[in-house]
Ligand binder design. Structure first.
Ligand code: FES
Ligand code: FES
Length: 180
């Protein structure tokens, strides 16, 4: 899936304007010029200002998926969106998932020796987990091609792709077992 890569500079936001973003279920209000600049990307705002360090900033140009978050139910590349463009929107980072989240569990279990690991260094993992969430929310039982397509914007430098596909399938099974 090609993620949303909005980068429409809002000319209507200026210093001292306030924006509101719902992050992991809680609304926050931020002042442009004090909490962020109008040109601050959502990835930088989330990581550097708010401390959501699960997302990573690697390429910073929309090519790797490390900065993936979910906005309004869709996986997006947060380095390609200005924070001011998230005004009024609902953002989910990996910190907002519960500890017994089936996708996190599936990736963690797929990291055990002997399973074909889904992660080595783990740098890409939050992005893959959130892309998987967005996929399974729309398509709870994806085919192999659908998984490949959905995760095509996420890169794993450790080359764990086969393990990642197994983790996605496992997560799909877990969600089905819980009744969706
Ligand atoms: S850091 Fe955003 S896509 Fe690479
Ligand atoms: S596990 Fe290292 S980059 Fe994916």
């Amino acid at each position: 899936m090609i993620k949303e890569t909005l980068l429409n500079v809002s000319t209507e936001i200026s210093a001292n304007d306030r924006i509101r973003i719902r992050i992991n279920g809680e609304w926050g209000e931020y002042e442009v010029g004090r909490d962020l600049k109008s040109e601050t990307t959502l990835s930088t705002f989330l990581r550097e200002r708010l401390g959501y360090t699960g997302l990573k900033i690697s390429c910073d140009e929309g090519a790797c998926g490390a900065c993936t978050v979910i906005m309004d139910g869709k996986a997006i590349l947060s380095c390609m969106l200005l924070a001011v463009e998230a005004d009024g929107h609902d953002v989910l980072t990996i910190e907002g998932l519960p500890h017994d989240d089936p996708v996190i569990e599936a990736f963690a279990e797929q990291s055990e020796p002997g399973h074909g690991t889904a992660l080595q260094c783990g740098y890409c993992t939050p992005g893959f987990v959130l892309s998987t969430h967005a996929l399974l929310n729309e398509n709870p039982n994806p085919t192999l091609d659908e998984i490949k397509e959905a995760l095509s914007g996420n890169l794993c430098r450790c080359g764990c792709y086969s393990g990642i596909v197994m983790a996605v399938r496992h997560a799909s099974e877990k969600i089905a077992a819980k009744g969706g």
